[in-house]
Design a protein around this ligand. Structure first.
Ligand SMILES: [Zn+2]
Length: 701
């Protein structure tokens, strides 16, 4: 009797475990029994990640094997959809790991990150280069008209197919072998580029031992230089490096022209000094290999390859865009140079303006003109008030409500959590984590512990979104008071958060912010337009002690100062963006001399000698080692989009126009990457974007 009961019990358990997972002692492998399925942070230990990753790889491999073994003719359901949902666990674990490793890291998480990177890339390659799998995907793609697919499904199919092709799945075995060799060499070259750059950046130090050489520098800058000297056992001296945040204030304030020249020259010669850390040959080789790789994959140039899946689509369109902005900005930059030369002459300088003078004279002119400094403004930008301001905007535009919740797990006490609702229906969870700490990386970003999508049965999965900044923290006697830039950053990240929260996709691969690189900053940057609108400031920019609303003359000064020196910032940026394009539109794998190439490229556009490109070739990290090759333009492209899109609101005379907001949500925010970005934009705006609003905002008209 007992035996029978036990047997039945075992059978039942086996049956249940077929349907439902046995509860694991690893919380990452269980359903989260928390409000809204937020990760149970207090239960998750670093030691849980590695086993969870390995399990997730296994699970996806098993699903892929099932797809391959399926004897039925490949169709959307049994191939593309099955593949799309095969990475559910892997995506969940990766999202939690990635978010924690950025916002609240420690030595264990960092060690796991190093260990997991090569395993992940091998796992991806095993899937991407699997020929049987590719043949099935290809068959679905070629027969797509036989399946009744929604627009979103067509996009998922195309993304999947293109993903395989762009990784070389369609090549002959010999070409695949060559591709692997090129990939391997390219990845080594980019690591060497980065190591040289780091070594060159660290090699130079400007050591000052006479107090008079500090003339003009603010107290804080001097203190920092003194403590830098101390850490190098150079007590009593001052050390400046060519790291940008250290160099920039020196260029801005130092009255010692020859020292500015020394520091800035060391900066713009990085990687170009003919020593063993020289990057010229490495770059030349990278350019050549990229061309070979692109041609092998069937593209005319690297740019054609890189831009295919973006909004701009072709190198011609990017060049045309950059050229238009360049032509508008160059005369403005020349006028700015003239104003500086006049100041130099008035002061009896008797020299011609040079690149290392620009920051110094700009700062002088700015002070004369605007008499504005951040400390005057901060009291009106208390963090809590700025957050109220951005919630107010989201409420006016999208009818969203935000309720603070204290019953939801958090990964750090600084996190503030909100439930987002609309008409009393749950939309998602928003976590905000604002202040710097040792466990957080620099900068600001927005991510999701869980993205919006629908599960394989079609049930809605609501997003759990996190926005992280490094804003000015509160002190013992003052709350956190932000600069206008920091307030803008909050609105910016909140824009990404709205893109996640208002996403309404079915498939996880095209939901939320999974969009082209030159489109992803539209939802974030457009939010920055509301931050200084008088109507919005009236609501939130109240003095933290007196409650007084920010005075109109400060707003006006802020607006004008925002348009100052934009000829320079635009030209400096565009010169680098054009240089990036010039390398990547080449279609012949020939050896090039980098110095000559750069010089001729800049001459072609008529770059003025007083301005250096924001990045010269030998230290242009974005394009040689961090994924922005033929993509540096996207920062300004996005600015064109957000400026033009905000015009759609302004044209109606109402920056809170519900009809326009509704269209922005329907055509852009809710769609994620489920449609071609240009089509989405035109559906919202009724036309392609133009550069007028961008030029207007930058004061270049
Ligand atoms: Zn952004």
């Amino acid at each position: 009797m007992k035996k029978t009961v036990l047997l039945i019990a075992i059978i039942t358990m086996v049956l249940i475990s077929c349907k439902q997972k046995v509860k694991s002692d690893n919380p990452l492998l269980n359903e989260f029994e928390t409000p809204f399925g937020v990760p149970p942070f207090e239960l998750i230990k670093a030691s849980h990640f590695m086993p969870a990753f390995l399990e997730a790889f296994e699970e996806q491999k098993k699903e892929v094997r099932k797809i391959i073994a399926n004897k039925q003719a490949p169709d959307f359901e049994n191939t593309i959809k099955a593949l799309e949902y095969s990475s559910e666990l892997l995506t969940n674990v990766s999202r939690i790991f990635g978010s924690l490793n950025s916002a609240n890291t420690n030595d264990s998480l960092q060690a796991i990150n190093l260990e997991i990177a090569p395993l992940s890339s091998k796992h991806r390659d095993d899937i991407n280069l699997n020929d049987t799998l590719f043949q099935k995907v290809k068959s679905v793609y070629e027969n797509k008209d036989n399946f009744k697919l929604t627009e979103e499904e067509q996009k998922v199919l195309e993304d999947t197919y293109k993903g395989f092709v762009r990784n070389g799945a369609g090549l002959s075995p010999e070409d695949k072998a060559r591709l692997r060799k090129i990939n391997e060499e390219l990845s080594l070259l980019s690591v060497r580029f980065g190591q040289n750059l780091l070594a060159e950046t660290n090699a130079f130090k400007l050591i000052i031992d006479k107090e008079e050489d500090l003339a003009g520098l603010p107290e804080g800058v001097i203190e920092q230089a003194a403590s830098a000297a101390e850490s190098l056992n150079l007590s009593g001296k001052w050390v400046f490096t060519i790291q940008y945040p250290i160099m920039e204030p020196f260029l801005k304030y130092s009255e010692k022209r020859e020292l500015r020249e020394k520091l800035f020259t060391a900066y713009f010669m990085k990687g170009d000094n003919g020593n063993d850390k020289d990057n010229n040959e490495i770059i030349s080789r990278i350019v050549k290999l990229r061309i070979e790789r692109s041609v092998l994959l069937g593209y005319k140039s690297y740019s054609d390859f890189a831009l295919e899946r973006t909004m701009a689509k072709t190198p011609e369109r990017v060049m045309d865009f950059l050229g238009q902005v360049w032509n508008a900005a160059l005369p403005v930059a020349k006028a700015e140079a003239l104003a500086q030369q006049e100041l130099i002459d008035r002061e009896g300088g008797n020299f011609k303006l040079q690149p290392w003078d620009w920051w110094y004279y700009t700062e002088k002119i700015k002070k004369e003109k605007y008499a504005l400094d951040d400390e005057m403004i901060r009291p009106y930008f208390r963090t809590e008030n700025v957050i109220d301001g951005m919630f107010y905007v989201a409420n006016r535009l999208y009818n969203l409500s935000f309720t603070k919740r204290t019953d939801i797990p958090k990964y750090h006490p600084d996190v503030v959590t909100f439930e987002v609702t609309r008409d009393n229906e749950h939309v998602g969870i928003l976590m905000i984590d604002n202040y710097p700490r040792a466990s957080k990386r620099n900068g600001a970003w927005c991510g999701a512990y869980r993205g919006q999508s629908r599960d394989i049965k079609g049930n809605m999965i609501h997003p759990v979104v996190t926005m992280v900044t490094n804003s000015t923290p509160p002190t013992a006697d003052k709350p956190s008071l932000l600069t206008p830039d920091e307030a803008s950053t909050l609105f910016h990240e909140f824009g990404h958060a709205l893109h996640q929260l208002l996403s309404n996709s079915t498939y996880p691969g095209v939901s939320g912010t999974s969009v082209a690189r030159d489109f992803v900053e539209l939802p974030s940057q457009i939010m920055e337009h509301w931050v200084l609108e008088p109507e919005v400031l009236k609501f939130y920019a109240k003095h933290y002690q007196t409650g007084e609303i920010i005075p109109a003359e400060i707003i006006e000064k802020l607006d004008k100062a925002g348009k100052f020196n934009t000829g320079f910032t635009t030209i400096e940026f565009l010169a680098a963006a054009l240089l990036d394009m010039e390398y990547h539109i080449l279609d012949q794998p020939v050896d090039i001399n980098i110095r000559d190439f750069e010089k001729r490229a800049m001459e072609k556009y008529g770059l003025m000698p007083e301005i250096k490109p924001r990045y010269r070739s030998t230290y242009f990290n974005h394009i040689w080692s961090s994924g922005y090759a033929s993509g540096y333009y996207s920062y300004y492209w996005s600015e064109m989009l957000d400026a033009d899109a905000f015009e759609a609101f302004r044209e109606t005379g109402d920056i809170f126009n519900r009809e326009v907001a509704g269209r922005f949500e329907k055509e852009i925010l809710s769609r994620g990457g489920s449609r071609d970005p240009l089509d989405m934009y035109i559906a919202f705006r009724g036309k392609e974007p133009g550069i007028d609003a961008l030029l207007e905002n930058r004061g270049l008209k």
